[in-house]
Design a protein around this ligand. Structure first.
Ligand code: G3P
Ligand code: CA
Length: 241
């Protein structure tokens, strides 16, 4: 069965990476959410995609230069496609607190491929342990050194490499770094890669799947999960399979 992960939450319906987007994903029936994390100036883990706040909020500058208290004053819905009330940038702790009320899986993307946040991996893992969410999270990153580091300090927490350009026999690569899954750009996939990975017990969770035809194709191949901006559409297409 293919699971449905809501990319930055139900981000086609609500501003990305906000509690409202995560709640909408849950309401739509998604199995999980995919979120992006960065660190503030005072070392707090916050959920936002870009290194800078400019694209999604009414603020300017780098997340790493904001204290949490100042970041919390920004409007995370300010640049959304339609005008809605003010939403806040959530912390990872707030997302985890919400997850205590449901069964959602959380794919945490460590956004440390451009900025090397000191102790990001340790901080995220410590919070996972505080909430006992070791089996409800997947740690992914385009920075493969980072997820290898996660595995070294927390081998009981699943890691998955993200990649946007093809990797030769990615299931073997995943095994070589102790990952149990790959998170590829769907453009790098074909049926052979999906089947070979699944045959080798490597789960395949591509991003970002919004086209119903591509959803159908991935469902027909028993792909492990899809990461989509529109979990409602993904569920509708799945029901028609
Ligand atoms: O985790 C899959 C996907 O989110 C990676 O790309 O740029 O949307 O974070 P991006
Ligand atoms: Ca992401």
């Amino acid at each position: 069965m293919t699971l449905i992960f809501a990319h930055r939450g139900f981000s086609s319906l609500q501003p990305e990476n906000t509690m409202q987007a995560f709640q909408a994903a849950y309401k739509a029936g998604a199995d999980g959410i995919e979120i992006d994390v960065q660190l503030t100036k005072d070392g707090e883990i916050v959920v936002i995609h870009d290194e800078k706040v400019d694209r999604t909020t009414n603020g300017k500058g780098y997340v790493k230069d904001y204290l949490l208290t100042d970041l919390k004053k920004l409007d995370a819905s300010y640049k959304f496609k339609k005008k809605i009330k003010k939403y806040r940038i959530p912390t990872l702790a707030e997302v985890f607190q919400w997850m205590t009320e449901n069964e959602m899986i959380c794919n945490i993307e460590l956004k440390n491929n451009k900025i090397q946040y000191e102790f990001l991996e340790e901080k995220v893992i410590q919070l996972i342990r505080e909430f006992h969410f070791e089996h409800r999270v997947i740690l992914s990153s385009f920075n493969h050194y980072s997820i290898v580091h996660c595995y070294q300090i927390a081998p009981d927490i699943e890691i998955a490499p993200l990649y946007s350009n093809g990797i030769f026999m990615p299931w073997l690569y995943a095994k070589s770094i102790n990952a149990k899954a790959i998170h590829p750009n769907v453009k790098t996939l074909n049926a052979d890669i999906i089947q070979s990975s699944l045959n080798d017990q490597i789960q395949v969770r591509p991003y970002t799947i919004n086209d119903p035809k591509v959803m159908e194709w991935l469902y027909s191949l028993q792909c492990s999960a899809i990461i989509t901006d529109d979990p409602e559409k993904a569920i509708t297409v799945k029901k028609l399979q």
